[in-house]
Design a protein around this ligand. Structure first.
Ligand code: F6R
Length: 596
């Protein structure tokens, strides 16, 4: 989704800092980009382009944009198509004010009508453009720029992270409501961004803004509330290195992140699983004993929610997973229920909105997230961190593995159940994932089936969410039709889609009842001449009916889901690579979806 960067005090190159920051935000997904610079006694210089950062660089070639303060933006279109005109920053009529914005201004149409009647001319389709015009109006009364920006912000309804500069002033102004903004405190310069990677190369000291707060960055930083009262803000230190956001020699972030899963899992489990005694310790969170759990999440995180609900139900605690965007119309939480938002980013608008709805209904809430300081982490009663490290590829990979591991810990610690078998399996999980990565034959499977018109994925029990996730990964990065089904559902309709050209990936582990039934479903597929790819530990006889086998080590069924998913990630990755897709930034998608 849209990304914001701002900086003040970079004597060695404001423009380079802004463009570098934008390149670090590319992973969020975008379709246009732009920058605006100014400084003491100078006007406003602006450049913006539809397309990628390289298109912006082309636009900047041969131009000298100078200034000691500036803002930049990557836009993911909501109001109006991706064009140069709709790209941010947006300006007022006189060209003295530049504004970048993430989120949606819900009352932009009446504001636009009012401003148009007052003689303002608009040049874009965006909701954002009302902001510089409102600031322009407020400046006419002669107040200082901060007053003008505050006045404009006070007129806005909706969600926003906004950064603004006014010609001739060495200040960046920023305001937040329902859309993340973080300040970076460098030794000589100050930064602001929608996400830490934008300035992590320059500083690890950060201040997370809260809703309703306003920041002024000049030689120093000040954070105030909507009334202008100074707010004391803690300065946090981020705990990951800038190198973690590089590709480390891999062709794509996604492949790097798939290979980082053993480390991500170790980080997730470290200090939480007793190596010898088999106990799980997640601190105070372990004292929660919910009478019921509702998981709310989107996309891949929703699949983690389906898996987690299975874990809690197995321990005798009623649990359900909801698509966050549908939660409000679902069953309200009762009694001592806990509502858990699973969100790697901690900023997904649908999930935040579901969590707020849960609080409104009186429930306790918890965020299971990768992002310290995220909105979900701060708004919920409890936060449980999955510690996967930064994930740049739009397709979630290592965060899903870490979510599954973390949710196992949460279930064991809060719902109980027999930890003796699963704890050793969790402890072995990083090594088992490494074994899958080392020996996977996914590239050969991808080569065989790269031309298939559609792919199907089936699984039962905890492997059903893995089937859904396998299909989601395949569709988002290959742009091919893919569907995941509960294996038993296939014969109730989807089997009509299965032909000799459509590979069916079946996740079958162990030799219990679920495996036997899934093998039965595989036979139904095989009888229709569809190619079968079995993801299996070899404990059942599924291989007899399979054209290809993707092996995983034998382990506890809960850990097997994680291992099977790694094989499916690799297949999708290699199909997408063979098709030359934009793997890290799939079309139309964004890493952090901050609109509902
Ligand atoms: C798919 C993917 C998305 C996210 C979804 C929720 O690969 O990444 O489906 O899982 O947008 O994002 P978070 O977990 O940040 O709430």
């Amino acid at each position: 989704m849209c990304g914001i960067i701002g900086c003040v005090g970079r004597d060695d190159g404001t423009l380079e800092t802004l463009v570098h920051g934008l390149s670090k935000l590319e992973y969020r997904g975008y379709d246009s980009a732009g920058v605006a610079l100014t400084g003491p006694g100078t006007g406003l210089d602006i450049c913006k382009r539809a397309g990628e950062i390289d298109d912006l660089r082309d636009g900047l070639a041969g131009r000298t944009l100078s200034g000691t303060v500036g803002v930049g933006h990557t836009r993911w279109s909501t109001h109006g198509p991706p064009t140069d005109e709709n790209a941010h920053p947006h300006m007022d009529c006189a060209g003295n004010v530049a504004v970048v914005h993430n989120g949606i201004i819900e009352n932009y149409q009446p504001l636009r009508d009012e401003l148009t009647r007052a003689g303002h001319t608009f040049t874009s389709d965006t909701d954002t453009e009302v902001v510089p015009h409102l600031i322009e109006d407020a400046l006419e009364g002669g107040p200082d720029p901060e007053e003008a920006v505050r006045t404009a912000i006070s007129r806005l309804d909706g969600s926003y992270a906004i950064a603004a500069v006014v010609a001739g002033h060495e200040v960046v102004f920023a305001a937040r409501n329902d859309s993340p903004l973080v300040l970076g405190i460098g030794d000589d310069a100050l930064y602001l961004a929608s996400d830490v990677p934008a300035f992590r190369d320059y500083t690890d000291r950060v201040i997370y803004l809260d809703d309703g707060e306003f920041a002024r960055l000049d030689g120093a930083w000040t954070v105030t509330d909507a009334e202008g009262t100074v707010v004391e803000k803690p300065v946090d230190t981020v705990d990951w290195d800038p190198e973690e956001t590089g590709k480390s020699g891999y062709d794509h972030y996604m492949l790097k992140e798939i290979h980082e899963q053993p480390r991500a899992l170790r980080q997730c489990l470290r200090g939480r699983v007793d190596e010898l005694g088999g106990a799980v310790d997640i601190g105070d969170l372990g004292d929660l004993s919910p009478t019921g759990v509702q998981f709310v999440a989107c996309g891949t995180s929703y699949h983690a929610g389906l898996y987690a609900a299975g874990l809690f139900r197995a321990a005798g605690v009623p649990a359900q997973a909801f698509l966050a965007s549908e939660y409000a119309s679902g069953v309200p939480p009762t009694g001592d229920a806990l509502v858990v938002g699973i969100t790697q980013s901690g900023e997904t608008a649908d999930t935040l909105s579901a969590l707020r709805e849960a609080r409104r209904r009186g429930a306790r809430t918890m965020a299971v997230t990768n992002t310290v300081g995220s909105t979900a982490a701060r708004e919920c009663d409890h936060a449980f961190y999955i510690r996967a490290g930064p994930e740049i590829g739009v397709a979630a990979t290592k965060t899903f593995a870490s979510q599954l591991a973390a949710l196992n810990l949460l279930a064991l610690a809060t719902a109980g159940g027999d930890a003796r078998d699963i704890v050793p399996a969790l402890r072995d999980l990083p090594g088992d994932v490494q074994a899958v990565l080392d020996d996977s034959t996914a590239p050969a499977v991808a080569e065989t089936y790269e031309d298939a018109p559609a792919y199907f994925f089936i699984g039962r029990g905890l492997h059903y969410p893995v089937a859904l996730e396998g299909a989601l990964k395949m569709k988002e990065i290959t742009y091919k039709h893919a569907e995941g089904f509960a294996a038993g559902e296939l014969k109730h309709g989807p089997l009509a889609l299965v032909t000799e050209n459509t590979p069916v990936f079946a996740v079958v582990t162990g030799d219990g009842e679920l495996a036997r039934k899934t093998v039965g479903n595989v036979k139904e597929v095989e009888a229709r001449n569809a190619p079968v790819v079995a993801v299996t530990d070899g404990a059942s006889d599924v291989e007899r009916y399979a054209d290809h086998v993707l092996e995983i080590p034998e382990t506890h069924p809960r850990a097997a889901s994680v291992l099977a998913n790694v094989q499916l990630q690799l297949v999708s990755y290699h199909v997408a690579a063979r098709l030359g897709r934009s793997i890290d930034k799939p079309r139309n998608l964004a890493k952090s979806v901050t609109v509902e």
